[in-house]
Write a protein that binds this ligand. Structure first.
Ligand SMILES: Cc1cc2nc3c(=O)[nH]c(=O)nc-3n(C[C@H](O)[C@H](O)[C@H](O)COP(=O)(O)O)c2cc1C
Length: 322
């Protein structure tokens, strides 16, 4: 199999990537996605302050398994010296790539000039990338939005600055900061970025089914496709399978396995709480899912989740027999 593209000299086999998603794209979920065909891993984002203050939670987020390689650590920050110092601290933990988040839309973050807030200060973006690419041995990449708002869609300027300052890849979420996660993602803009730079471009936004994967590739010419919300509860998208092509049995088996991996990784209490938001996505579209959902989101033990699922299977079987 030939690599789909390279990040500097790192070959990437396959072109589907799970979007970094705080609260979702952790080790247990990434390992499942990887097994199903995801081509590389991005960690959930960490803040430069969390790294500099040596916050144990921050370092737990950067945990990864060798089988996930190539692994990208994602960081956000609003100060070139501090973000550089934070990257120097995390580079020895062994990532293959470090990515700078320029897309986070959360007011507390973007409002302080980090995440999508960086898009308002393009010269700072240049300084950050110029420093990071000099100081770090691993390739440095960037994940951007199209701009702050509709009046300031500066994605082409940002893309060129990234390339000129040594970035090895750009992932483009085709929305502005003020769109948050709403409205249609603009794939024309992603296509413009692809035309404007020579480094690989990853297309992201509104990839909801297998057909969308092919459509965004054709429409934008992007080198890879990043899938976020559509992969939650449906990692089979990395096997090029839509929800209606996965059997009820397969879904139940994966729910049990994912839950068990969460318990093993986080311990019983935290594992169950964190799994609740996954399980309600796994059951989407199943018979009686809307009735089951309010009970699942209140479960406090794995036994409760498994009992609910078992009674659901029972009901489905009776429904099918009737
Ligand atoms: C719950 C959630 C958490 C997210 N966390 C991150 C993050 O940590 N880093 C990042 O670059 N983007 C983050 N994003 C944005 C996604 O990576 C992606 O760009 C966005 O969801 C659009 O892709 P989609 O339409 O396929 O969901 C997050 C999105 C969601 C829904």
């Amino acid at each position: 199999m030939n690599p789909s593209f390279f990040i500097q000299n790192i070959p990437i086999y396959g072109d589907l990537i799970l979007s970094p998603m705080a609260g979702f794209s952790d080790i247990p979920f990434r390992l499942i996605c990887r097994e199903f065909g995801m081509s590389m891993s991005y960690t959930e984002v960490v803040s430069m302050d969390g790294v500099l203050w040596k916050n144990p939670k921050t370092f737990k987020i950067l945990d990864f398994r060798p089988v996930e390689r190539p692994v990208t650590f994602q960081i956000l920050g609003n100060d070139e010296d501090k973000i550089t110092e934070a990257c120097r601290i995390i580079e020895p933990l062994g990532p293959d790539i470090i990515d700078v988040n320029m897309g986070c839309s959360v007011s507390d973050i973007a409002g302080k000039g980090a995440g999508a807030g960086l898009l308002k200060d393009t010269s700072k973006i240049g300084r950050i990338f110029s420093k990071l690419t000099k100081v770090l041995r691993v390739p440095v990449t960037g994940k951007i939005r199209l701009g702050w708002d509709n009046k300031s869609r500066n994605y082409l300027e940002v893309a060129r600055i990234l390339e000129d300052n040594g970035a090895s890849l750009i992932a483009v979420h085709g929305r502005t900061r003020s769109q948050f996660f709403f409205g249609k993602a603009d794939w024309d803009a992603i296509a413009e970025v692809k035309q404007a730079v020579k480094i690989p471009v990853i297309g992201n936004g509104d990839v909801k089914c297998v057909e969308d994967i092919e459509r965004i590739k054709r429409h934008t010419g992007c080198d890879g496709v990043m899938i976020g919300r559509a992969a939650i509860g449906h990692p089979w998208i990395f096997q090029y399978k839509d929800r209606n092509h996965v059997s009820f049995h397969e879904k139940i088996e994966l729910i049990k396995r994912h839950l068990s991996n969460m318990l093993e990784y986080y311990g019983q209490d935290v594992g169950v709480i964190l799994f609740r938001k996954h399980v309600i996505k796994y059951i989407m579209g199943m018979h009686n899912a809307t009735e089951l959902r309010p009970y699942l989101v209140k479960c406090t033990s794995s036994a409760e989740i498994l009992d609910l699922i078992a009674s659901h299977i029972d009901r489905i079987q009776k429904h099918e027999a009737a």
